[in-house]
Design a protein around this ligand. Sequence first.
Ligand SMILES: [Zn+2]
Length: 66
Amino acid sequence: MTATEDLITCSVCGTRYTEDEGRACHVDCPLRGNCGHLSCPYCAHEVPAPTRLTRWLARWLGRRAA
Ligand SMILES: [Zn+2]
């Protein structure tokens, strides 16, 4: 059960994708994935890439919600 925590859920279309997939389709950015943003493979909606802090927060909030 380690794969699920690395999936990003798009807030626009609900597509779930990995960080690598988000980086791979982030074609508009000249930095190509080094800019700290991910792009949804389906609708191209951009989100900030998860950091150690946001991962920790998501885990913490998920634990509290469950
Ligand atoms: Zn999307």
